[in-house]
Design a protein around this ligand. Structure first.
Ligand code: FE
Length: 132
């Protein structure tokens, strides 16, 4: 008599291949982090710079002079929090594995998911007019 578990068609999980991870990593450098003012919520976007204080676009936050102030409320650089690059999944990193994968979606992907489901729901309701 054989053990039914030994005949299981489930393939063993392949060990992680470090060369595969390196091959999929992006060649371009990661986008620079954005910083949010703890006082007023203003977000410094490195891609935009700060027109009001003559900071050129594509200037990372770390390269701003120590005399730079929040263009909205005027607080100093140390009052800003790093909120990661644009398009990063929101929330704490340790929570990204929960929520059937939805937590790891970027804000744009979440918007697409939400409005797709809304659109499908509306189409379903409109389809009831086809019943007679
Ligand atoms: Fe501010």
């Amino acid at each position: 008599m054989t053990n039914p578990l030994e005949e299981s068609p489930i393939e063993p999980i392949a060990a992680a291949d470090p060369s595969a991870i390196e091959a999929t990593s992006p060649e371009t450098p990661a986008p620079p982090d954005r910083y949010e003012c703890r006082s007023c919520g203003y977000v410094y976007e490195p891609a935009k710079g700060d027109e009001r204080r003559q900071v050129a676009p594509n200037t990372p936050f770390e390269s701003l002079p120590e005399t730079w102030r929040c263009p909205v409320c005027g607080v100093k650089k140390y009052q800003f929090n790093n909120i990661g690059p644009a398009g990063k999944a929101s929330g704490f990193d340790e929570n990204l594995g929960y929520g059937i994968g939805v937590n790891a979606l970027t804000p744009g992907a979440k918007n697409l998911l939400i409005f797709s489901v809304l659109g499908l729901g509306i189409l379903l309701l409109l389809s009831f007019y086809g019943l007679s």
